[in-house]
Design a binder for this molecule. Structure first.
Ligand SMILES: [Zn+2]
Length: 414
């Protein structure tokens, strides 16, 4: 499964996105059942960067403490065993909710911080040391300190499935291979490291990810969920999904979009046809989605009601809540290039590739939306065989939205 050209995969949501590989497939990890991972917290010894929220003793991760953050202790980040309920807001909780209980992302947080013996600059000399050198050192340290790596070979195929290296902070300066990134799927070394009879693979799709800026639980979750999205959907990004999904690469990640959940078979959208009235409850907490075929090939609209009811849409002191609240409509074109496969039909009619999402994107009670099928090419006239649809939000009760879809008669046809 390893491909040479997939040398490294870079992601950054505050920085320029660098992609080293064409859009790939996936998933590279199981998406059903129980999946056990290892999380390791790392801090550069000269990292003294702080900020009011990140330095908060409970919600943040103070630089001077030189310990793993409070929000990762016990089962607050990862639950050690499959359970019916997980600590609210944890990664285990996140994937249980997103998968409708199909995927149990559990694991161990190594209880001690790895404080680097050398300052950041020592490891940023990419020719000699860099992240490959550092992660190999940390792996040795974990091994000496009793980690049994064979616990993390879930499918028993001989390699470690997932280690999360969660760095507190490193500046945007280079930390090999030479770009500012928030997280990276891979460890930088080419030759697998063997521990406890299992291979730790450093090249994507390998044995895990590393990421910086894990100041708060929501911050950490955002980066981890994005990096893991590469193990679900391969390299490349859904570049127009913004903050309404996790696979953008340029936006804070809250909950998953309906499309991402549908791709993993974690939800099943119901089909809606013209002339029907349906009620949408909050998408994340009730798993309710509707799908309307556009009439143009395999294209469809995926309709979701995002009401920020879930803890995963509330944000924290570093990043606020999900930017929009209301009805969101995605245009899904399964056969186009990955970066444009999902786009949003927004209330303010603007959603560019640089958009992360804003309040004006969601449709509110009383709105009427014209949903037209895509044209095969720019100058092609709209086909009379596939008339557009009109979606209307008839009413709102609490967070529930009732919508009606109708076919719009083509008035130019006689
Ligand atoms: Zn990415």
């Amino acid at each position: 499964m390893k491909m040479k050209w997939l040398n490294v995969l870079l992601c950054g949501y505050f920085f320029t996105i660098v992609e080293a590989a064409p859009a790939g497939a996936g998933p590279y990890i199981p998406t059903k059942g129980t999946f056990r991972v290892l999380a390791v917290f790392v801090q550069f010894r000269d990292d003294t960067w702080d900020h009011p929220c990140p330095s908060d003793a409970k919600k943040g991760w103070p630089a001077a403490k030189h310990a793993i953050p409070e929000w990762a202790r016990g089962s607050k980040l990862l639950h050690p065993k499959k359970a019916r309920r997980y600590s609210k807001g944890s990664l285990s909780d996140y994937f249980a909710v997103m998968s409708s209980g199909k995927f149990h992302f559990i694991g161990d947080v190594f209880p001690h911080l790895y404080l680097t013996p050398q300052p950041f600059a020592f490891y940023s000399q990419k020719e000699k040391r860099g992240r490959a050198y550092l992660t190999a050192k940390i792996i040795d340290w974990l091994d000496i300190n009793g980690v049994d790596f064979s616990r993390y070979d879930n499918d028993d195929d001989g390699d470690v499935d997932f280690i999360l290296f969660l760095f507190r902070h490193w500046k945007t300066e280079l930390f090999t291979p030479g770009a500012g990134y928030q997280g990276i799927s891979g460890f930088g070394f080419n030759k697998p490291i063997i521990k406890d009879g299992k291979k730790i693979i450093g090249i994507f799709p390998g044995s895990g990810t590393m990421q910086r800026g894990n100041y708060t639980l929501a911050n950490c979750r955002s980066i981890v969920t994005h990096e893991i999205s590469h193990f679900f959907f391969g390299s490349g990004h859904f570049s127009r999904i913004g903050s309404f999904g996790i696979h953008d690469g340029n936006a804070f990640c809250y909950a998953m979009s309906g499309y991402e959940r549908e791709l993993l078979d974690w939800i099943t959208p119901r089909e809606i046809s013209p002339g029907k009235t349906v009620t949408l409850t909050d998408a994340i907490t009730t798993n309710r989605y509707f799908k309307l075929k556009s009439g143009h090939g395999s294209e469809y609209f995926l309709i979701e009601n995002r009401q920020r009811k879930s803890i995963f849409e509330k944000g924290d002191c570093v990043e606020g809540a999900l930017p929009a609240q209301g009805l969101l409509i995605a245009r899904i074109r399964p056969n186009v290039t990955k970066s444009s496969r999902i786009t949003w039909v927004t209330a303010d009619k603007t959603f560019t590739i640089n958009d992360k999402g804003k309040a004006e994107d969601a449709f509110q009670n009383g709105a009427t939306v014209l949903l037209e099928p895509s044209r095969a090419y720019f100058a092609q006239p709209a086909s009379s065989a596939t008339p557009p649809f009109q979606l209307k939000i008839l009413r709102q009760k609490g967070t529930k939205l009732t919508i009606r879809v109708d076919t719009v008669k083509n008035e130019t046809t006689h």
